[in-house]
Design a protein around this ligand. Sequence first.
Ligand code: TRP
Length: 333
Amino acid sequence: MTSSTKKIVLSAVQPTNSPHIGNYLGAIKNWVPLLDQYQCIFFAVDLHSITVKQDPAELRENTYQAIANYIACGIDPKKAILFIQSQVPEHLELAWILTCNSSMGELSRMTQYKDKSQKHGAHIPTGLFIYPVLMAADILLYGTQYVPVGEDQKQHLELARDLAERMNNAYGPLFTVPDPMIQKTGARVMSLQDPENKMSKSDPLAGATVFLNDSDKEIEKKFKRAVTDSGTEVSAENQSNGIKNLIQIQASFLNEDYDTVLNRYIGKQYGYLKIDTANVAINAIRPIREKTAEILKDRDYLDQILKAGREEAKRRAQILLNEVYKRVGFVRQ
Ligand code: TRP
């Protein structure tokens, strides 16, 4: 297949904090095999990040880190288009057009907005409200077919689909209506301290989240202290959420089935499962952490990748945006 006929897969991360093993096992790791079949577009959404207050120096560093992380996790910059959202201002241009075609009502129904806005009292940043429209622009700007998304982003993707259809009806065919990409492989990683809940970057519980930049010692400590249940040995019949999570994490890192891992531990004390899973995680995370650090040291290399990525993204975005502007009735000369 030539690059022009490949379908587009697109995803993005907010450059806040280091990614954790849930982001890796549930998402990034599973994108590596997509690189040959699809034209993949991955970027760091710094414009989305400033919907809540950011420290400028940290934001800049985290943005580089997000891109370095993609590469360290196996996203080959020769195959994927990698860039920083704010370096392709076409995202903002399309976001404005889409904003004018969205309604206060539909944006008010976004559950993430409802959750996040609660933390701001009477001063809800307007950006938080518009956030899903910018995300829709991110997606629609490239004729994206598939968006690998987690459960929490499904409603936003639904909005992107609605906006695509609405624009196509109003102005004639312009946008590809994107589909969520649900991958069979890839785990839903739960908190190590509260295995009823998903692992999260912002979990306040100490040791709940294993980050990709954690040291070997930190990783070991977190797994050793992982919450299990009042039992002592792994049972064949049923496993508590804490035990299931450890088995699932180990299975995902090793590319094994859940049952294959389970069978190794039946009748054994929980401690063995914890220590082995810690070691498996340490061995998988160490090369990613070291590669990320190495890439981050070479800013010239990173800037070169970002320049190539931004140029290709712009080239594609401008073709579509120009057509949108014409259809909307703007004078183009
Ligand atoms: N909203 C997404 C998140 O918080 C990040 C994001 C922004 C995104 N634009 C996107 C994800 C486009 C997929 C496609 O995780």
